[in-house]
Design a protein around this ligand. Structure first.
Ligand code: HEM
Length: 343
């Protein structure tokens, strides 16, 4: 066996197939794939595999803009159908999230149990800022034009009622690599395990099928990164660069982000990170999105990364990566958007 290669899954409480899904165990998974799912638990396209192109929009809602935003959220599924239907191979999808400060402005009734503003982390060396964000759109497709067309239509309807805080056009890069040259997303859960990691279940019945999205935009110091030997880069990430094999690398990014729950099982999130950049401006980045059933898991990872924890961290990847935004959103189920509660 490859020296230093660790066999994954050892010590996990249950295999992916054995794990129970949050939307009603096996029944819930069927519900998501069945042609007639119970509307309130059908998720937005959070679980879809990574797309080739994405546009990420983060906006705040201007005073008095609530009605227009509600209208767009309620119309979103139809808009995606209209723009995407003529190009069935384009795989157009859009996930919409709502920030903590906006929730009560938009909807009456209960709030998602764990929705709160993104918590800034300020350590001696690293800083994760908390930046404004009431609305999040994660538009994805196989084609740039489809993402562009949907973003344009959303903004046409929202113009004058929201202030866009960030707009990032992201792309898939070589073999699912980030701009640091490493394959990104390998250990993402798939199938029922992805639903288990990303979707709210019976613990918050009014919001079953929803998800929490932690969103951060990172800029990389690629000159400093490229000055490292490949072996040194591999120790930072915890995987080999060319072959993507896992290394036994204590203190690496992979190691810092291996978080165990009280029963010893690995706590998992569904990452949807994508590269972006403007070489002409010296900008090389990773747009990081983590979809999670509870924000507590990515928050634990972030604390370990930025502040360090007993025996590990801070994350060496942060010596080459700087977070410039940070927001937390709740992504309600598709059924919630189709039948929005009264404002
Ligand atoms: C600078 C931005 C980031 C970059 C470039 C990056 C890159 C990577 C890469 C290359 C891997 C190894 C392959 C894989 O399994 O995907 C990885 C793993 C992982 N990352 Fe990140 N990451 C970033 C930020 C984050 C953040 C902010 C979190 C958590 C909030 C995170 C959580 C994880 C987790 C959970 C794993 C899998 C660990 C395992 O089980 O092996 N990453 N990341």
């Amino acid at each position: 066996m490859f020296a230093g290669h660790r066999v994954r899954g050892v010590g996990r409480a249950a295999s992916e197939g054995e794990r129970a899904g949050p939307v009603g165990r096996a029944k819930g998974w069927e519900a998501m794939t069945s042609p007639l799912p119970p509307g309130e638990t059908l998720p937005q396209p959070v679980l879809n595999p990574p797309a080739s192109v994405a546009v990420f929009l983060v906006a705040t809602i201007d005073t008095g803009g609530e009605a227009a935003v509600r209208e767009v959220l309620g119309a979103l599924a139809g808009l995606v159908r209209s723009v995407g239907f003529p190009s069935p191979d384009g795989g157009l999808g859009c996930v919409a999230g709502i920030g903590s400060r906006a929730w009560g402005r938009l909807f009456g009734g209960p709030r998602p149990a764990e929705l709160h503003p993104f918590r800034e982390l300020a350590g001696p060396r690293h800083h994760a800022p908390s930046t404004p964000g009431d609305l999040f759109f994660h538009i994805k497709a196989a084609r740039t034009d489809l993402c562009f067309a949907l973003a344009a239509e959303l903004m046409r309807r929202l113009r004058g009622t929201v202030t866009v805080r960030d707009e990032t056009q992201a792309f898939s890069y070589f073999d699912s690599r980030n701009v640091l040259g490493f394959v990104d997303g390998t250990e993402n859960p798939v199938g029922p395990a992805a639903a288990d990691a990303a979707l709210v279940g019976e613990e918050d019945p009014a919001f079953r099928g929803g998800s929490y999205a932690v969103v951060q935009k990172y800029l990389h110091d690629v000159d400093a990164w490229e000055a490292l030997a490949v072996e040194a880069q591999e120790k930072v990430i915890g995987r080999t660069k060319l072959t993507n094999l896992e290394l036994d690398a204590p203190g690496s990014h992979k190691d810092v982000n291996t978080v165990l729950g009280p029963d010893g099982s690995e706590q998992r999130i569904l990452r949807a990170a994508m590269p972006f950049g403007r070489p002409g401006h010296g900008e090389f980045g990773t747009y990081f999105v983590a979809y999670a059933r509870t924000p507590g898991i990515p928050e634990t990872m972030l604390r370990k990364m930025f502040l360090g924890g007993p025996g590990s961290g801070p994350d060496p990847l942060l010596d080459y990566s700087r977070a410039v935004t940070g927001s937390l959103f709740f992504v309600p189920s598709a059924g919630f958007l189709e039948a929005l509660p009264e404002g």
